[in-house]
Design a protein around this ligand. Structure first.
Ligand code: SF4
Ligand code: SF4
Length: 411
């Protein structure tokens, strides 16, 4: 496999031109093609494991831009995940990442951890919250955790306001469940207005992408099986996600992971083609929504296209078109709308200097179009962008679903 991988790489350098890390560091060793060469050398026992090798391989946002643009069809993504697993096995993991993996590995642990973190948010002194940072983000800039997990706050089955035209499953992911329930409540309302019955399976777990990205494939498998079981038992037209990283997991990684385990991938294969991102679904059903005609002043809005929306779904173009045609929006396209913001799961925490350069440039370009709202359909991008804004930047960051819901005509 590795030999074939190397043969396929024509060293054209296209992956360098789209790699956000390379664009900042401008060092060959930070490039996707160099990572591939190092992986090959390691697999062929030419290169030994070391902290430096682990760092070079890990200095990557797992954005998927290299794979999406490689003319030789190399799947960097899966090679990087395999290599990260080997590196964690050989070099170990930091305590912070180990703790995160532990929490995400089981839903009850995550629920407990979210509860603890929420209590911590209430009692931590302001002075500490202003000065203590995770990566570049002061604690005070992190969103308040949901008072009740989103799935607990909602019934498993929700009926539409009008005549039912179909059924959808809503895969909420961890972020909506524990962090950004405004996104979830808005999506439910939008779907009810459209006429869809909504199923929110209670027994969902983390999509497992963070575990896979940190080389914890073994721990990810338990969650993957839980999610496949939760989704396969419901009959629905579509499985909707409000986070394209969850979508990437359900659509592309689950079938591959299950097959790699030598298990029957038929359920994962049936689930994958039903997965759709929220904005594409709204775009297809836009005629079913009625907007409040009192919304006379158009809101000036800009957008950040998350990497997985772009590289896994290719739906960033649909998202921008949708925002441009909504009657209450004056869409202002930022110069670097589809550049990575530097959030990248835990990248913002592990490599704050690189991440800061990326997000500062995004902020500069968003401010240049003089929008008042900045929309993005990825919770980590939202957290990273909002966390790095200053009060005087006068930009509010939201998921597009929240804004669309707020403009709906009341039923
Ligand atoms: S884009 Fe693909 S073929 Fe070109 S250098 Fe990168 S990995 Fe190699
Ligand atoms: S996944 Fe993104 S950050 Fe990582 S090497 Fe590829 S383009 Fe660069």
């Amino acid at each position: 496999m590795t030999t074939k991988l190397l043969q396929n790489c024509g060293k054209c350098g296209l992956c360098l031109s789209v790699c956000p890390v390379y664009k900042i560091l401008k060092e060959e060793q930070a490039s996707p093609r160099a990572k591939l060469q190092l992986i090959k050398a390691y697999d062929n026992n030419i290169l030994a494991s070391s902290d430096l090798l682990k760092e070079i391989v890990s200095k990557c946002l797992m954005c998927g831009s290299c794979a999406a643009n490689c003319p030789s069809g190399i799947n960097h993504y899966s090679k990087f995940m395999e290599m990260r697993k080997k590196m964690v096995g050989a070099q170990g993991e930091t305590p912070a990442i180990k703790s995160l993996i532990y929490l995400l590995g089981r839903e009850y642990r995550l629920k407990f951890g979210a509860g603890l973190a929420r209590t911590g948010q209430k009692i931590v002194p302001d002075s500490f919250a202003k000065t203590f940072k995770l990566g570049n983000i002061p604690l005070k800039n992190f969103p308040k955790l949901n008072s009740i997990p989103f799935r607990k706050a909602n019934d498993e089955i929700i009926l539409p306001y009008k005549k039912q035209i179909g059924t959808v499953i809503y895969f909420t992911g961890c972020a909506t469940n524990y962090l950004y329930d405004d996104t979830g409540f808005a999506f439910i309302e939008i779907l009810k207005h459209m006429g869809y019955k909504i199923i929110i399976p209670k027994d969902q777990a983390c999509c497992s992408i963070p575990l896979l990205f940190h080389g914890a494939a073994d721990k990810a498998l338990k969650n993957i099986t839980t999610n496949i079981n939760a989704l396969k038992n419901h009959d629905a037209d579509r499985i909707l996600v409000d986070c394209s990283t969850c979508g990437e997991a359900l659509k592309n990684e689950y079938p591959r992971m299950i097959e790699n385990q030598g298990q029957d991938p038929s359920h994962a294969n049936k689930i994958a083609p039903k997965v759709m991102d929220a904005l594409s679904f709204i775009d297809q059903n836009i005629d079913r929504l009625e907007f409040d005609s009192n919304f006379t002043d158009k809101l000036s809005v800009t957008y950040h296209a998350p990497c997985h929306t772009r590289n896994s779904f290719g739906s960033h173009i649909i998202a921008e078109k949708l925002l441009s045609k909504l009657p209450f929006i004056n869409y202002k396209r930022a110069l670097d709308v589809d550049e990575c913001c530097g959030g990248g799961g835990t990248f913002f925490y592990e490599y704050p200097e690189i991440s800061k350069k990326m997000v500062d440039k995004k902020i500069e370009n968003a401010k240049a179009v003089q929008a008042s709202l900045w929309l993005t359909d990825c919770p980590v991008c939202r957290m990273n962008i909002a966390g790095n804004l200053d009060m005087d930047d006068r930009l509010q960051v939201l998921h597009p679903l929240t804004l669309i819901h707020s403009a709906l005509k009341q039923i």
